[in-house]
Design a protein around this ligand. Sequence first.
Ligand SMILES: [Zn+2]
Length: 494
Amino acid sequence: MPGLDNLNVMARDERSVTPQSEDFAAWYNDVVFRAGLVDRWPVRGSMVIRPYGYRIWELLQADLDGRIKATGHQNAYFPLLIPQSFMEREAEHVEGFAPEFFTVTHAGGKELEEPLVVRPTSETVVGEMMAKWISSHRDLPLLLNQWANVLRWEMRPRMFLRTSEFLWQEGHTAHASADDAVAETMLALGLYQDVAVQMAAMGTVPGEKTPRERFAGAERTFTIEAMMRDGRALQAGTSHFMGTKFAAAFGITYTSESGTEELCQTTSWGMSTRMVGGIIMTHGDDKGLVLPPALAPCQVVIVPIGRGNQAEAAVSAAVELAARLQLAGIRTHVDSRPQMSPGFKFNDWEMRGVPIRLELGQRELAAGTALMSRRLTYPDPGIAAKQAIPLDAAPELLAGELAAFQAMLTRRAADFRDDHTAVVDTWPEFIAAVAVGWALALNCGDEACEDEIKAETTASPRCIPFAGEPEQGPCIRCGKPSAYGKRVIFGRAY
Ligand SMILES: [Zn+2]
């Protein structure tokens, strides 16, 4: 099948990965390379996404794109290069992004009159065009999205999580009222929450960012924060209410029904290839990747077993079975590499995170069955043992197994998040909680206090969860009255 390109590379590298418990960062690095997701590139912060890794992104992208279109947004494409003066029009925006700019100063062998910034995000480009395209209240809302790459200089790059160049979608919308614009940011966040939970099977918490963690130039930033298997938080998708800041900077105005000239209220929102890193760190284990079936390039792998004539019979039976599974919409691959042992193949597909493996040998063929193994089971690890399934009913049976596997991963991630989130009221409890996961704590909201917390624990405020009950009390760190009216999630973050 397409996407499984590097079987020979895998064959040369049979070492297992660093155990998660020993060094999570080393485990992650081992997995992204050995599962064939990425390769290196000599430009700092860049990565090559190999077909197996790109297919995961494509599956996520297709799903999210469908949701974006179903809610009335239209895709467009805006230019990569932005005149530097455009970036400077919104003061907070340029201040936030300037340290990460890639700037083109020469083209065609000559120095440019005005440097061009390679887009780190496209508010300024889209803002300029919105000003042109919107004149009346009848033009609103304007609901745009683009799929693109962006560049932000990255000091400490990590594959998928922090790369200077990454792929994403960015939604940009303009509205007549602030209420409509806030509702739009919530709608976008809901799309992200659905993709993260239903497709990526992540344990996420939707909420609002504290003022300091806001997007540069935003009035309010909303986020979904996902817990990784080392207890750290990953910001998996964000949605920003800009108010009239960009409208004022770019002249995005409309004539109201009563004939007055008004500034538009704008939003932007993005989800990126960082999600692939999130999937790896949410589900993976010491055997390698574990992929949710909804985003797995290969959902079922069939390994024919046997030598000589027996092998031929097993391979042809496997090919026939794979065709029936494909017809039923199950992404299936037959591993008929003659030079590899079954044991090697089993390890290989475990490393690549394929949810279900089928073995087809002489005994199974005679009985009209295949031996099924699941990549992972939860909460009972025992039921991973091989189980014979009838070939006749395989498509329906496996469709059910894949749905169950997806639901199992979702539950496992949610349980892990809940087991590693503690409501804390004392500083020692806080320290203990953020060492292994998240702390739900009251905080005064002062920047100096946040700095102290970060300096001592490396934890920062991740979000004010929507689900939290109203609560007031002393700050976990300094004892001053709490801000936000709710508990805040603190955690170490990617
Ligand atoms: Zn405080």
